[in-house]
Design a binder for this molecule. Structure first.
Ligand code: ZN
Length: 261
């Protein structure tokens, strides 16, 4: 049984309430967006206003202390679409918010030809090398999203190693600085894929499973929570406060139930 949006939001609300009751330790929550289309620019800006007012916004690889007063949140974007350069980057810059954009290095300047996470993004274009170079700043980092936007866990070990290493060197050439963070396309990963990414020299790798990341978390792999510019304020606040971190528990439970005869 798939869990639908309203049910997920209800569980997240209950989870938040429970976490407040038991005094859950503060943690880092990493959000990930895909496109930020023109008609949603104002809604995206509103979400950034909420973050600027209510959270500490840090880079996704943050490893310092965690404030007990405000949620600690990181902003990331997968696929490096033009609409992010056009509609998100100026909004982030105006508020001084840091973010990381993960680019599939073999698709720069092209329409996405991979199997899409969302059909809305079919009309997007991936930024060119020049556009990626132009948006870099101390507050805007570029990471790898593989070369071809592939399911890393489905590849042979040498192929996975190739996708990790080649995308890194291509993007370092484009950006003129180290690229050492990796976001798994489709969140498709297993232990071997994480090892391939680590062996290629990445310090941090990101999945698409929500996680509340505690202080002193040294593991290479970090979970992220999907967010859309169209999310209503209430849902956005639940996400930025890490209220969807029960989802990995639910999918583990679902997998173990499926294994039962
Ligand atoms: Zn992607």
């Amino acid at each position: 049984m798939a869990l639908h949006g309203p049910l997920k939001a209800s569980i997240a609300t209950a989870w938040m309430f429970g976490a407040r009751l038991v005094g859950a330790r503060p943690a880092l929550t990493i959000l990930y967006y895909h496109a930020v289309p023109d008609h949603l620019r104002e809604q995206f800006a509103r979400q950034m206003d909420i973050l600027a007012a209510e959270a500490e916004v840090v880079f996704a690889d943050y490893e310092g202390g965690v404030s007990a007063q405000r949620p600690l949140v990181a902003i990331t974007f997968d696929d490096a679409f033009d609409s992010v350069a056009r509609n998100a980057v100026p909004v982030l810059q105006a508020r001084g918010l840091p973010a990381t954009i993960f680019a599939p290095s073999g698709w720069l300047g092209q329409k996405p030809g991979w199997a899409m996470e969302s059909q809305h993004d079919r009309a997007e274009t991936v930024m060119t090398a020049g556009a990626l170079r132009a948006i870099q700043s101390p507050l805007l980092r570029i990471g790898s999203h593989s070369v071809d936007h592939v399911q890393m866990a489905a590849l042979a070990p040498d192929e996975a190693a190739h996708q990790a290493a080649l995308s890194r060197s291509m993007l370092e050439e484009v950006c003129g600085k180290p690229v050492d963070e990796f976001a798994f396309p489709y969140g498709g990963l297993d232990d071997a894929a994480v090892q391939a990414v680590a062996a290629a020299g990445y310090r941090k790798a990101y999945s698409v499973m929500p996680e509340r990341i505690g202080t002193g978390h040294a593991a290479i792999l970090r979970g992220r929570t999907a967010v859309e510019p169209s999310d209503p304020d209430r849902l956005f606040r639940l996400k930025m406060n890490g209220a969807f971190c029960w989802m990995p528990l639910a999918s583990r439970l679902k997998r173990s139930l499926r294994r039962k005869p």
